[in-house]
Write a protein that binds this ligand. Structure first.
Ligand code: NCD
Length: 309
């Protein structure tokens, strides 16, 4: 299928909206960008980065991505410096800002906020995380990193470990991986299990998955373990957080019992779930993964603004 020009004006809100062909097209463009085939693609484009929730990697990598291929951006890095503090609604902010730019990249603490913004925006909205719901650009860079490392995604055994309940990155990544022929192992303490709607999505696409509480013998078969931080800020009850805090960790000692070639991924930031002694092993992929945010976000912003067709 020829998808040339297909993404112009498109919102990127959730993996529920993306077909496999569309995902593959975005990844192909990201590989082209990484190979320097689209230098200066964003010349003349202006992007807005609206971050109503803390972020380091996502906001900075979007901003670095935009400027390093010729685009410009303006934005807000936290809601305390915007008119949200004066009581302005998100919809009014978006209606206004969409008149200033070619696309809006937005992070918001509420699930569904990106969809609500897209309803009133005259330019594409790219969801950079909406509460515990979705984080599609992270999942795209995760897929990109897996594909770059292994050559393909089909046939892999992938473990998702940690806060599968509140972690939006693993929600998006599960839905993304559901397009491929993979076997998933969901590794989480009982309190942090993958939500029902995500598991139903996996079932509806016939994705084989196991659920276990901690690393065991079975995990020797894993090609990738994607670790996540406990999302402390999303717990309604801090006592519940205390019950699971520090309950899982990958260290050099853990690696000794796993497939020697297993790749450890993490969206970052990490707290204590990966020991820094893993960083210098050939298994650690997480910093390289974070760097892949640049070509993937360059490709995505360029596609929705028509800078790359
Ligand atoms: C993630 C997020 O914001 O959901 N961070 C990121 O974008 N790389 C993961 C997290 O905060 O734990």
């Amino acid at each position: 299928m020829d998808l040339t020009g297909h993404f112009i004006g498109r919102n990127i809100i959730s993996f529920r909206d993306l077909t496999k062909d569309e995902i593959e097209y975005i990844l192909q463009k990201a590989f082209e960008v990484k190979n320097r085939q689209h230098e200066n693609a964003l010349a003349g484009k202006v992007l807005a980065t609206l971050f109503f929730e803390p972020s380091t990697r996502t906001r900075l990598s979007f901003e670095a991505a935009i400027t390093s291929i010729g685009g410009r951006f303006f934005g807000i890095a936290d809601s305390s410096s915007s008119s949200i503090m004066k009581g302005e609604t998100l919809k009014d902010t978006i209606k206004t800002v969409s008149g200033y730019c070619d696309a809006i990249i937005m992070r918001h603490p509420y699930e569904g906020a990106a969809r609500a913004a897209a309803d009133v925006s005259s330019v594409p909205i790219i969801n950079a995380g909406d509460g515990a719901n979705q984080h599609p650009t992270q999942a795209l860079l995760d897929l990109f990193t897996i594909k770059e490392t292994f050559g393909n995604i089909d046939g892999l055994n992938i473990g998702l470990m940690g806060d599968l309940k509140y972690g939006r990155t693993v929600h998006s990544l599960s839905m993304a991986l559901a397009h491929y022929n993979v076997k998933l192992t969901l590794i989480a303490p009982k309190l942090l299990r993958m939500p029902k709607d995500v598991k139903e999505h996996l079932q509806s696409r016939n994705v084989a998955y196991d659920e276990i509480e901690c690393i065991n013998e079975e995990c020797k078969k894993l090609d990738v373990i994607y670790v996540t931080r406990i999302q402390k800020e999303r717990f309604g009850d801090l006592q519940e957080y205390e019950r699971v805090a520090g309950s899982y960790k990958i260290s050099k000692a853990t690696l000794a019992d796993l497939n020697p070639n297993v790749k450890i991924m993490h969206p970052l930031p990490r707290v204590d779930e990966i020991d820094p002694d893993v960083d210098d092993t050939p298994n650690a992929l997480y910093f390289h993964q974070a760097h892949n945010g640049i070509p993937v976000r360059q490709a995505l912003v360029s596609l929705v603004t028509g800078a790359i067709k």
